[in-house]
Design a protein around this ligand. Structure first.
Ligand SMILES: Nc1ncnc2c1ncn2[C@@H]1O[C@H](COP(=O)(O)OP(=O)(O)OP(=O)(O)O)[C@@H](O)[C@H]1O
Ligand SMILES: [Mg+2]
Length: 523
């Protein structure tokens, strides 16, 4: 048996090298000062905590037996001792305290030194020891190593209680400790990675357990919500009212939610929120993971694009607009020149015509100026029929330049719809402009309004070539344009605005040509 060989060699060392006498009473030497001991212990954190747990567990297993459990470092220095009272005598007799060292040259053949030398679990029972003093003792030691930290865990009892079972117990304890340490190290790495990932991302992240209690919240989440993790940890998600409802929905349904719009009151930030249920390896529901991205900058950009789109529309409409104004201006100038030579009644009649021409011009200018103004979205009941008429009137000159006729004829009794007039006007302009631009050689655009009990539908039908499949596939994607001077923003913005009004739309091109754009707004 290999133990016999180890023991034999050690005993020879004791006699020949260390000059020890078997009949002497060995005594462990205290060789570490308190500070040195503390320094060594610190090196063993956090493994010491795990070892202590195991030492206590081993003691609990062997509660009927006088047992001493000792942990040493890689040089045999005792870092921790746990034992029951029954073994006190031995402890005192030997002088085993923290800081003493199990060394072959002092205490002769001992299990700690052998385990460290050979890197294997070792048992010494009775006369296996060199000194007669130990002949009633049974000692078991198992070495462990974890990174730089090496050491042993040993169990000592009296010979009558000795059992091979103890060596097995120690070996598996050490195995478990090493495994546990690996897991801890991995967890630490995960934790670090988590921190880096969670810390670096601009996404706000909030995690709760299955009871909806906040477990984790990253810096971005603090910035966006205006709340502090340290104050919210462990509290119910209720403390973030903007998230409460949607997170509870996932806590209850355990189904993912995506792209929900949330506006945080404190920071006034508009975000898109995803909430994902979390399951452990056994598929048990353990909580939710919520992430939200700040959409403010996106919305700001969108606003700016809408504004520049408006301006570009104004630029394009400008040419036609000048044309539109030139006609009444010409007649006003002509009439004014004629005025002096005319009889009094005629003058009155002419003045009337001049006034109404001026009135028409002012209306056009008003409409035009309104277009350029950035306005906050505000929904209120508006006369949709009037809005379409105004827009058609505004677009007439643009249509004329393209030799396109705009037709609008609808008379409905209650044309009121709750909308943001300037936004819907923008939608109408974009659609009508596209319909006109689709017919460079002239044609017709039919615009009509169709009321329903709960909604109103606007149809814009042109006689152009229709949309290509490529455009249809990318409908609503910004910056897709087939026109030389097109921004490709018209449809994207219009479809967004319709959605913002809880409306729906269909765009349909026939093979033979002609496109029908239809959008419906709830009343
Ligand atoms: N009525 C239509 N008939 C045919 N094609 C159309 C029609 N409306 C839109 N399209 C196609 O869809 C594309 C995108 O339209 P959108 O209004 O978004 O941008 P655009 O008109 O090119 O540029 P702008 O930003 O000036 O509006 C157009 O370039 C055109 O190819
Ligand atoms: Mg367009």
């Amino acid at each position: 048996m290999k133990f016999d060989a180890y023991i034999q060699k050690s005993k020879e060392n004791c006699a020949n090298i260390h000059g020890l006498k078997p009949e002497e009473i060995p005594f462990l030497k205290v060789s570490l000062a308190t500070e040195q001991l503390e320094a060594r212990k610190r090196q063993f954190e956090p493994i010491r905590v795990i070892i202590q747990q195991f030492m206590k567990k081993i003691l609990a297993y062997t509660s009927e037996t006088p047992t001493l459990v000792v942990a040493t470092d890689g040089e045999g220095y005792v870092l921790d001792i746990h034992g029951d009272k029954k073994i006190n005598e031995i402890v005192e007799g030997l002088g085993i305290t923290k800081g003493v060292r199990f060394a072959e040259k002092d205490v002769g053949t001992n299990s700690v030194s052998l385990a460290l030398t050979y890197g294997e679990p070792v048992q010494l029972i009775g006369n296996d020891h060199y000194h007669h003093f130990f002949e009633e003792m049974a000692c078991f030691s198992a070495p462990f190593s974890y990174g730089d930290a090496k050491g042993t865990i040993s169990l000592m009892t009296t010979k009558e209680y000795a059992s091979h079972f103890y060596l097995g117990l120690l070996s598996s304890a050490v195995d478990t400790i090493e495994r546990e340490m690996k897991v801890q190290l991995q967890n630490e790495r995960f934790h670090l990675m988590n921190q880096v990932l969670m810390g670096a991302t601009p996404l706000g992240i909030v995690m709760t357990n299955q009871f909806g209690e906040i477990q984790e919240m990253n810096e971005s989440a603090e910035r966006i919500t205006g709340l502090l993790e340290s104050e919210l940890k462990g509290k119910n998600i209720r403390v973030i009212p903007e998230l409460e409802f949607l997170i509870w929905q996932v806590l209850e349904d355990k189904r993912k939610l995506e792209n929900k719009e949330v506006i945080f009151l404190q920071s006034e930030k508009a975000c898109l929120l995803d909430v994902t249920p979390l399951f452990d390896r056994l598929n048990q529901f353990i909580g939710v993971f919520a992430q939200f991205r700040d959409m403010q900058s996106y919305y700001d950009l969108q606003k700016r694009v809408i504004q520049s789109e408006k301006l570009s529309a104004i630029g394009k409409l400008g040419a036609g607009f000048a044309h539109e104004i030139r006609n009444p201006l010409t007649s006003i100038i002509g009439l004014t020149q004629l005025m002096d030579e005319l009889p009094h009644e005629k003058q009155r009649e002419y003045r009337q015509i001049i006034l109404s021409e001026l009135e028409r011009m002012r209306h056009l200018v008003d409409q035009f100026v309104m277009l350029g103004k950035a306005q906050a979205s505000q929904r209120k009941p508006e006369n949709l029929e009037k809005l379409i008429q105004d827009t058609v009137c505004l677009m007439k000159s643009y249509a004329r330049v393209h030799q396109v006729n705009l037709h609008y004829q609808t008379a409905i009794s209650d044309p009121n719809v709750s909308i943001d007039a300037s936004q819907i006007k923008q939608v109408l302009i974009n659609f009508i402009k596209n319909a006109i631009e689709a017919q460079p050689d002239g044609g017709n655009v039919q615009i009509s309004l169709h009321p329903d009990t709960t909604s109103m539908t606007v149809k814009i039908i042109d006689e152009g070539p229709g949309m290509s499949q490529q455009i249809v596939d990318q409908l609503g994607t910004p910056f897709i344009s087939t026109k030389e001077d097109g921004l490709g923003m018209g449809l994207a913005i219009s479809l967004d605005l319709i959605k913002a009004h809880d409306g729906t739309y269909t765009i349909h091109s026939k093979e033979s040509g002609g496109t029908t754009v239809e959008f419906t707004l709830p009343v």
